[in-house]
Write a new protein. Structure first.
Length: 204
């Protein structure tokens, strides 16, 4: 498994924190849009994830994307095993797709009232096994949504990469790990992390 992150500006502090926590794990820490063939975050929010993951998959078919707000505190083999055997790692976020999706993206996906129950996964921690055909299909559809402009949108009503990936995942029957089971928010306003958490999450 290879762990990948892309960060620029002040987020490189988080990238370094993440890298330091990974010890002997294989990792790829990226910081240049041009080198991965990505538009900037301003041009297409979070599209750098797609290009970073694709770059990492050239080195190892088992890829774990980690946001710069994350760092390892537990046994990474728990997540690695899920990616190996299930084909992907996605943890529920507790939010519904319908509440965080701009209108033209709902039209792009033809999101139906019967799909109001679709929930989002937390896209800051995403594992993919590119040896699995369903994962390749999911990733291709995620890329297509980005290419059609659906990572773009207002920050207060649209969750960019996350809502697009979640709609695709829910339609494909992907299942999520329980929220807080592997990744835990820490800091003021948050409770004590659960036993066995692998990653802590706190903003830069």
């Amino acid at each position: 498994m290879i762990i990948v992150n892309f960060s620029t500006k002040e987020y490189k502090l988080g990238q370094q924190r993440l890298a330091n926590s990974l010890n002997g794990y294989k990792k790829l820490m990226l910081d240049d849009y041009v080198s991965i063939g990505s538009p900037t975050h301003q041009e297409s929010p979070y599209e750098f994830k797609i290009h970073s993951i694709r770059t990492a998959a050239n080195h190892d078919p088992h890829v774990l994307w980690c946001d710069s707000s994350l760092w390892r505190v537990g046994d990474m083999s728990k997540i690695e095993s899920i990616i190996e055997h299930k084909g992907y790692f996605m943890e529920e976020s507790g939010h519904y797709c319908k509440d965080w999706c701009k209108s033209d993206t709902k039209q792009y996906f033809n999101l139906l009232p019967s799909e109001d129950h679709f929930i989002m996964f937390s896209a800051g921690l995403l594992g993919l096994n590119f040896q699995r055909s369903e994962v390749i299909e999911w990733f291709s559809k995620w890329c297509s949504a980005a290419q059609h402009g659906h990572f773009k949108g207002p920050w207060d009503t649209h969750r960019h990469d996350m809502v697009c990936g979640s709609i695709i995942a829910q339609r494909m029957g992907f299942t999520y790990e329980r929220g807080g089971s592997h990744m835990a928010y820490i800091g003021p306003g948050y409770g004590k992390p659960g036993e066995g958490v692998v990653m802590y999450l706190q903003g830069i």
